[in-house]
Design a protein around this ligand. Structure first.
Ligand code: DOR
Ligand code: ZN
Length: 393
């Protein structure tokens, strides 16, 4: 790849990148070439970034494949600049066994477009009761457990989960929602469980990652816990950064769209280094399921433009910082050899046009889901190509 702006969290240069098979082998200005395929970007003003890694994705496979499946999900990922995803376990059946974990990962691998890590449910069938399958895990068998879509309501069970996960080196991914408040006050619902889990994390000397943090109270509590040395990390979503509830007519998602003060607090937490990743919570639903109240929206194919437009164009963070949040940090959390543009790293890259605005058009999505409140929005940051393990799409 020649004459392109190369940007990762360590580098920012106009230059060339050599790729051999699946790997980056050389980065620099004016690399010599011989008998190689050359793609020259002279005159294009394109940017080469490490391809993105998404910590929070629903592929709905097995069992809910009318909404999405591993094939359409993989294509949606590539289309949005993602080459690695972390899949949520609220499938049908629930992903509560290593057999399902292995099967989903194998089927994504067979398609060959992206890498997927499948998470395991924290409680069996997301029922909040039985954790025998966790106790049976061998150390190192699984990276993340989560009951995403629900929180574990039983405090004592949650404390036990912290202890088991600590012993087995597993990171808990927490969907913070105290269900006693789900019907009446979704702010208290998120805040309550965030506060509880921080306390339990501190007490057990455990380790937790909060998903889709959306309130100023929750993010402030996470920042304070980090300052005390409690091992908590968190992600925020592109959608919670990009609109208030009023602006999108309270489009249904959990946690809900919030207020301007919340967005400002999330942006400040990003600037302060409290947030380690931007993750989409890609949640495809059919139009009928949305009409019937299913929460969530697709995210893979709009995440980079939404974040680039809000955060970088908006003057809050640098492009390098955005790369850190969408690629470097989540790739490190998933223990992947990607997220930087340097020799020895996987040639997982995106080529982006940052100059020309465009209109989000859900009809162009590769996902089965068209559910987004951002259809028709003008944004910057078009993904022109995604390169996955050296192959250009
Ligand atoms: O809006 C949401 N949709 N939030 C979640 O936590 C789950 C997700 C889904 O699975 O549809
Ligand atoms: Zn969730």
């Amino acid at each position: 790849l020649k004459n392109i702006h190369i940007v990762d969290d360590q580098r920012d240069l106009l230059g060339d990148v050599r790729i051999k098979d699946e790997l980056i082998t050389e980065v620099g200005a004016n690399l010599s070439t011989e008998n190689e395929e050359i793609i020259d970007f002279s005159g294009k003003n394109y940017y080469l970034l490490p391809a993105f890694t998404d910590l929070h994705v629903h592929f709905r496979d097995p069992g809910l494949t009318h909404k999405e499946d591993v094939n359409t999900g993989s294509h949606a990922a590539i289309h949005g600049g993602y080459t690695a995803v972390n899949l949520m376990p609220n499938t049908k059946p629930t992903c509560s066994s290593m057999e399902i974990v292995k099967d989903v990962e194998r089927r994504v691998e067979e398609i060959g477009l992206i890498y997927a890590n499948q998470t395991l449910s924290m409680t069996k069938n997301l029922e909040g009761k039985d954790i025998e399958h966790l106790k049976a895990l061998k150390k190192g068998e699984i990276l993340f457990v989560t009951d995403d879509g629900k929180g574990v309501q039983d405090d004592h069970l949650m404390e036990e989960i912290f202890n088991i996960c600590k012993e087995k080196d597993i990171t808990i991914m927490c969907h913070a929602e105290d269900s006693r408040y789900s019907a009446t006050d979704m702010r208290i619902a998120e805040n309550n469980m965030t506060f509880r889990d921080i306390k339990l994390c501190e007490k057990t000397n455990g380790n937790i990652h909060f998903c889709h943090v959306s309130t100023k109270e929750a993010i402030d509590a996470i920042a304070a816990a980090q300052a005390k040395g409690v091992r908590v990390s968190c992600e925020v979503t592109p959608h919670h950064l990009s609109a208030t509830g009023d602006e999108v007519n309270h489009y249904r998602v959990n946690p809900p769209f919030r207020e301007k003060e919340d967005i400002d607090a999330l942006v400040k937490a990003i600037q302060d280094g409290v947030v380690c990743a931007i993750a989409t919570d890609h949640a495809p639903h059919t139009a009928e399921d949305k009409r019937n109240g299913s929460p969530g929206m697709v995210g893979l194919e709009v995440a980079f433009p939404l974040c680039y437009t809000k955060l970088v164009k908006g003057g809050f963070i640098s492009l390098q910082k955005l790369v850190q949040l969408m690629s470097t940090n989540p790739s490190e959390m998933m223990k992947l050899n990607k997220g930087e543009i340097k020799p020895g790293k996987l040639a997982d890259l995106v080529i982006a046009d940052l100059d020309n605005p465009f209109i989000i058009n859900a009809e162009e999505f590769q996902s089965k889901g068209r559910n987004t409140p951002f259809n028709g929005r003008k944004v910057f940051g078009k993904i022109v190509h995604t390169i996955s393990r050296g192959r250009v799409y």
